[in-house]
Design a protein around this ligand. Structure first.
Ligand code: JHZ
Ligand code: ZN
Length: 415
């Protein structure tokens, strides 16, 4: 049934170029919103579910989902994602700030703006160095935490209009950070135009996005959900920025979030070797054709089947199974595969804002990480597989006592 819909041309317009030649290459069915965790009182209520399909634009080659859920539903009240719960992410962010302070000679006269500044996890490094910093984030919980630690934050969405307002107030940025947000905004062009408007003439926008190549190659289909509207290649990004007289001059591959890119975007064109090489590499891969994406759906189906079969086998042998990480991607994984309470007893997560709630859809209860050693389940499905090294180190006790981890992607395996 699923495959009938594949490669069908949809009537949507491309989020980047506006073209209408979109071809769907993956259909994950209808899923709930991954960061809408349920409280006790929500358990008997129905949840919103939306179709989750990914399409390729034949005109600008951007991979994108076809459904747009209102950002007010996705990000505003009760948004449970707080960046500061991962020490690896904090370290990654600190190094980024220190590098830019040195490379750009930033000082007290400089201004750094972050779009989607969350709980201040990145900007606090600039504040500590005496550099002016302004965060912009629509999620009130994380924004309040940022203010508390001294990071000035406007609790709102970043748009082209907000860029105009800030510009009128005299704000122009030496550095604009935008990590894991470009793929989240429905008005992709407005967001990029806003960046162009807020940059100083010699300023730089430093943007991190998950990279579509590892997503496809390592079968990271669980990173697909309604918050992620776009799945970027350098080819698609280069076209997007040029439309706004911005130039993708430098890139740096990052291992974070299953494989990301840090993009250095400026008003002046001086495209470096890394970008040129990557564009050539993507052309060689065929990323500007649907062929590159064509067999992804079948590979995802194999992974889903294998993981479900593994969990069912372990359960039928009498093993107990829990999960680690009430991650957004975990919600896609359990809901698209159908991993429910019959297989998983509970999920643990360090984030106190998630504990005591339930994963959307399958409604697995979320507990603190201490529950792992207390309950000592035989297996733990690692939903936050992108932090595997960090989490395995941290859970050395559980492992030493005979507990085993199941890593779901790229191929389900037991550690
Ligand atoms: P994590 C996030 O997705 C948020 P998620 C967002 N959707 C996005 O765009 C991507 O990143 C890129 C917990 N944890 O960060 C914290 C521990 O409990 O991989 C998180 O709940 N102990 C905006 O949610 C979850 O796991 C730990 O030691 O898929 C990880 O979620 C660590 C390291 C994490 O991404
Ligand atoms: Zn397009």
């Amino acid at each position: 049934m699923l495959h009938e819909k594949l490669n069908s041309v949809t009537e949507h317009a491309c989020r980047s170029c506006g073209g209408t030649r979109l071809e769907t290459f993956l259909d994950l069915g209808a899923t709930p919103l991954v960061d809408r965790l349920l409280a006790d009182g929500d358990i008997d209520k129905p949840e919103l579910i939306f179709p989750l399909r990914v399409a390729f634009c034949r005109d600008c080659s951007l991979a994108q989902i076809t459904e747009t859920v209102s950002p007010n539903i996705l990000f505003a009240d009760d948004y449970p994602y707080y960046s500061s719960f991962s020490p690896a992410l904090l370290e990654h962010s600190r190094e980024n700030a220190i590098d830019l302070i040195a490379r750009r000679n930033l000082g007290p006269e400089s201004l750094v703006i972050e779009l989607a500044s969350n709980d201040g996890y990145l900007l606090k490094n600039y504040v500590e160095a005496g550099i002016k910093a302004l965060g912009i984030d629509p999620a009130d919980g994380p924004a309040a935490v940022a203010e508390r630690i001294g990071v000035q934050t406007r609790c709102t969405f970043f748009t082209r209009d907000l860029a105009e307002t800030l510009r009128a107030e005299g704000a122009v940025a030496d550095v604009i950070h935008a990590n894991n947000v470009l793929a989240h905004v429905a008005d992709t062009n407005g967001f990029v135009a806003g960046i162009a408007r807020l940059l100083k003439e010699d300023g730089v926008a430093v943007i991190e996005v998950p990279y579509v190549v590892p997503l496809i190659e390592h079968c990271e289909f669980d990173t697909i959900y309604h918050e992620h509207l776009c799945y970027f290649s350098v080819t698609a990004l280069d076209r997007l920025f040029r439309r706004h007289s911005l130039y993708l001059n430098e890139i740096k591959p990052l291992s974070i979030h299953g494989g990301s890119l840090r993009l250095y975007v400026e008003l002046r064109e001086r495209v470096g070797a890394a970008v040129k090489d990557r564009l050539a590499h993507e052309t060689a891969l065929g990323i500007d054709t649907i062929d590159y994406f064509r067999n992804f759906s079948a590979r995802v189906d194999v992974l889903k089947r294998e993981l479900l079969a593994l969990l069912r086998r372990l359960k039928s042998e009498g093993s107990s199974i829990a999960a680690y990480g009430a991650a957004a991607k975990g919600a896609t994984l359990i809901n698209t595969i159908g991993i429910g309470r019959d297989l998983i007893d509970f999920v643990v997560d360090r984030n106190v804002h998630k504990q005591g709630k339930y994963m959307p859809g399958q409604r697995l209860p979320i507990r603190s990480t201490e529950s792992l050693v207390e309950a000592q389940p035989d297996y733990v499905l690692l939903l936050a597989w992108n932090f595997a090294d960090e989490i395995l180190d941290q859970q050395a006790d559980y492992h030493a006592r005979g507990g085993k981890f199941i890593i779901p992607v790229p191929v389900p395996r037991i550690l």
